[in-house]
Design a protein around this ligand. Structure first.
Ligand SMILES: Cc1cc2nc3c(=O)[nH]c(=O)nc-3n(C[C@H](O)[C@H](O)[C@H](O)COP(=O)(O)OP(=O)(O)OC[C@H]3O[C@@H](n4cnc5c(N)ncnc54)[C@H](O)[C@@H]3O)c2cc1C
Length: 421
């Protein structure tokens, strides 16, 4: 059996680790923190997973929070002018594609423990490039799934696929509890438990999602995406989660006053339930060449990191895991050489990640004409709104109409009789 090493115990490294273990591969995960350290650190993210990703986790028996984490059942969006006026509201159900957001501290701590329980070899070590030389020699294939870790510098930026030179948004996120945030119908206007989105033209966006964390159980995550230097970009000097909440209330009062009452008496879930910062979305070349000439392959965010605006990073990582796993198995005893790595990534890029990246980048811009045509129709047509939201599960399904006005009109026309009926 081929020996495989994975660097990084996050969404991508752990998922692939479990899949390989199930298939009988000897697999070693190197990660820089113990399960306890993972549990007791700041939240790394507020990732919401759509149904397809949850299904992959279910198949692996990793859905320990299935009955605890509240489902996000639909998306309720307001598009607003910079004075906070809503000029368009779209509300769509995720239907069978509902998802869940789980604290990654909760999840990865438990998964790391589970991985060892199932016989996986776990080494707690912050891997350097020189460590990679040794690891690559000892294994038939080494994949680096280090998230946003500095070791990613080993993989060159792909200029032809990376459109951002600097961070498009400054981010701030926290997890909170509060009486008006949780339960089945926290937003009276939405006939489901919503992912709540506000897009403020030229200013930024903010999102709040049903969430689960070990520290408080059912809760809600908040993510603010500020256009750098713009009027919402006020979070980066905050020194605590409480300060973030105070600033968040100011932002919501200014731009989405109808949402403010949900934040009455909210509390930070725990002292570490917040983050702030920014990063440059980047597509990297998938092959890292070590000083010795040995090759290692990028996985998850190390390969493709997008802004969180479309909620796709962990979902994209899971999709990549699926591609890589199938191709590892298909390769049998043949070498995992440069051609193989390149072909696996190109296939994944062309069939999946390209769409995820383009969709994410589209959301960072004012909506183009085709998207506007669909959104306008979706304001009054439930079938269109539902189908629009359900495409989040697999951004490839936004094509071709997202870029083509005729196709967008057809998308609307095909669904119009259904709504009337
Ligand atoms: C605010 C925010 C909100 C988000 N919301 C969403 C969302 O709604 N939906 C969604 O799908 N995604 C979302 N994401 C993105 C998502 O969290 C990531 O895309 C996903 O976790 C990537 O998985 P990964 O395995 O590639 O990296 P990670 O999950 O980051 O895991 C990387 C692991 O590698 C370890 N590591 C790093 N360097 C080394 C090293 N040298 N040696 C050993 N170990 C190392 C790290 O400690 C970490 O454990 C969001 C991100 C942010 C910041």
């Amino acid at each position: 059996m081929r020996k495989i090493a994975l660097i990084g115990g996050g969404q991508a490294g752990l998922m692939l680790g479990f899949k390989l273990l199930n298939a009988g591969y000897p697999v070693t995960i190197y990660t820089d923190r113990t399960p306890e350290q993972v549990l007791n650190c700041r939240i790394p993210s507020t990732a919401f997973l759509f149904d397809s990703t949850l299904n992959m986790e279910r198949e692996l028996g990793l859905n320990f929070w299935e009955d605890l984490a509240p489902f996000g059942e639909g998306i309720h969006v307001d598009f607003r002018t910079p004075d906070g006026n809503s000029v368009m509201t779209v509300q769509g159900s995720l239907g069978t594609k509902k998802g869940q957001a789980l604290d990654q501290r909760t999840k990865f701590c438990r998964w790391l423990q589970e991985y060892e329980k199932r016989g996986g070899k776990l080494i707690v070590q912050a891997v350097s490039v020189s460590d990679l030389e040794t690891i690559a020699k000892e294994n038939d294939l080494t994949l680096v799934a280090a998230g946003k870790g500095p070791i990613n510098a080993l993989f060159q930026r792909d200029d032809s696929r990376s459109v951002h030179e600097k961070a498009p948004r400054n981010l701030a996120a926290f997890v909170a509890v509060g009486k008006k945030l949780t339960g089945d119908r926290p937003w009276k206007r939405a006939p489901f438990r919503p992912l709540r989105f506000n897009f403020i033209f030229g200013v930024g966006e903010f999102f709040s999602l049903p969430f689960y964390t070990h520290s408080r159980g059912e809760s809600r995550s908040f993510l603010f995406e500020a256009v750098p230097g713009g009027p919402m970009d006020i979070f980066q000097d905050a020194r605590s989660g409480e300060e973030l909440i105070k600033l968040a209330k100011e932002v919501v009062a200014k731009y989405a006053p109808d949402d403010l009452h949900h934040m009455d008496q909210i509390e930070l879930a725990d002292a570490d339930a917040w983050l702030k910062g920014s990063f440059v979305p980047t597509v990297r070349k998938p092959i890292g060449i070590l000083p010795s000439g040995a090759k290692v392959m990028a996985l998850g965010d190390t390969a493709v990191v997008n802004d969180p605006i479309a909620g796709q990073g962990a979902n994209n990582a899971a999709r990549m895991v699926s591609y890589v796993f199938d191709r590892i198995v298909a390769q049998g005893d043949k070498p995992f050489d440069q051609d193989w790595m390149s072909d696996v990534f190109e296939t994944f890029w062309n069939e999946s990640a390209k769409y995820t990246t383009n969709f994410t980048n589209a959301l960072l811009q004012p909506p183009g004409e085709p998207i506007m045509a669909v959104l306008q129709a979706a304001t009054t047509n439930k079938a269109i709104a539902d189908d629009f939201m359900q495409c989040f599960d697999n951004p490839r399904t936004y094509w071709p109409w997202i870029e083509d006005l005729d196709a967008a009109r057809q998308f609307v026309a095909e669904r119009t009789p259904r709504a009337v009926a």
